[in-house]
Design a protein around this ligand. Structure first.
Ligand code: 5GP
Length: 116
């Protein structure tokens, strides 16, 4: 990751492949390459927002659209009633590894709380 962009910018640009499950004008969602649940999808904004700290009035529509996309996807795959977990990691203590915000969507198994 660097100031030029991240692996997710390359996915957005179509330069590297991803298993896309949802797309609209604001959001792209694709399967995580290292799934932590039977269903593990990453929802990302189509603009670079580096961390949760960088969400502001100007870009928050992208974040709102991620939540709407998640609702639509959860319903589409029939996991809305079973339930799921959404997680956004931030910076070092949050174990964020890609500096382009992404909401992890985890489903298909019983989650544990608190997380490790
Ligand atoms: P973070 O730790 O930043 O919250 O999550 C980054 C996520 O991106 C990880 O779950 C990791 O498996 C996933 N990831 C990293 N590189 C790629 C990639 O090239 N393709 C896909 N589909 N997922 C990736």
């Amino acid at each position: 990751m660097n100031e030029q962009g991240t692996i997710f910018d390359q996915i957005l640009a179509g330069k590297i492949p991803a298993d896309v499950v949802y797309e609209d004008d604001f959001v792209l969602a694709f399967k995580d390459i290292n799934p932590q649940a039977p269903i593990h999808v990453l929802f990302i904004p189509k603009v670079r927002i580096k961390t949760h700290n960088d969400i502001d009035e100007a870009n928050m529509e992208y974040v709102n659209k991620i939540h709407l996309a998640i609702n639509q996807y959860a319903k589409q795959i029939g996991e809305d009633k079973n339930g799921y977990r959404i997680v956004m990691n931030c910076n070092e203590n949050g174990q964020q590894t890609v500096n382009h915000i992404h909401m992890h969507f985890l489903a298909g198994r019983q989650m544990e709380w608190p997380p490790g």
